[in-house]
Design a protein around this ligand. Structure first.
Ligand code: IPE
Ligand code: IPE
Ligand code: MG
Length: 252
């Protein structure tokens, strides 16, 4: 995980997308199909996340974004919401040190407003600890909704304009994008959604304007490095045109 350029990692990263984002879906159905509580599906989903981060790093991916909890997931029963919050706490507490040792930089996107103080502190600590790491950047979308993120970016621009710090004509795509939660992270090249659902569910609406999409029927707790490789193979077969003509838009 140290970004070394030995032959194996050079080979692994050939044609790899720079930024992969994953909508980790299907934990509940995985559990229900086995007669288990939904929380058990989420617990197994955390294990899938751990192995997929390692696989993404080994594949030469530089930015890996995961959708862990949406701004709409608060609509679920309180017990399920608590289970998900506990898992987030567990992940941040138990995994940050190892990721730091592996040179992973951790970021969080989503609104921090209204989150419990202990969660806010955990997120800030793990970001600060890993801020100077130069390996894989892991972006965890937590309490994340893309419309909320876009609105917050718009409000920050409007506030600057109203205060006379910003001329409206100066607002362009680059400035707008820089006000998003991880404004310095490049757009995702590939978005993967598990569990067979084919929608974005309020994920990266601005950033995914030209992303490639891979939908897999696999439930997230079953996802592993092989499934990631399949998605990367599918990505390599795609022809990204960005509105131009074939082969005019190179893969980054
Ligand atoms: C994804 O699994 C995890 C979260 C949305 C937090 P789900 O809990 O949505 O699982 P399904 O879609 O009900 O199977
Ligand atoms: C999207 O999944 C959010 C996460 C994976 C964290 P959902 O399961 O909440 O999405 P919908 O409700 O099926 O669209
Ligand atoms: Mg779901």
């Amino acid at each position: 995980m140290d970004g070394s350029t030995d032959a194996a990692s050079r080979h692994a990263s050939e044609g790899a997308p720079r930024h992969v984002a994953v909508i980790m879906d299907g934990n509940g159905r995985w559990a229900e199909a086995r007669g288990l509580p939904r929380a058990e599906g989420h617990r197994r989903g955390l294990e899938a996340l751990r192995r997929t981060i390692a696989a993404a790093d080994a594949a030469g991916i530089r930015f890996f974004t995961v959708y862990s909890f949406s701004s709409e997931n608060w609509r679920r029963p309180t017990g399920e919401v608590s289970a998900l919050l506990s898992l987030l706490r567990r992940f941040v507490r138990a995994d940050t040190a190892e990721m730091h040792a592996n040179n992973v930089r951790i970021r969080y996107i989503g609104s921090r407003d209204g989150l419990d103080h202990d969660i806010k502190a955990l997120l800030a600590e793990s970001e600060a600890l890993t801020a100077r790491n130069t390996g894989l950047t892991l972006v965890v979308a937590f309490n994340y909704g893309s419309r909320d993120e876009i609105l917050r970016a718009a409000k920050s621009l409007v506030a600057d304009a109203a205060a006379g710090r910003l001329a409206p004509e100066a607002v362009d795509e680059a400035l707008f994008a820089s006000r998003l939660d991880a404004g310095d992270v490049p757009d995702p090249d590939l978005v993967i959604r598990t569990s067979g659902e084919m929608r974005l569910s309020n994920f990266l609406l601005w950033q995914a304007a030209y992303s490639e999409f891979v939908f897999t029927p696999v439930w997230w707790p079953d996802f592993d490095g092989r499934h990631l490789e399949e998605a990367l193979d599918e990505y390599r077969r795609r022809d990204r045109r960005f509105g131009g003509l074939s082969a005019s838009g190179g893969r980054s």
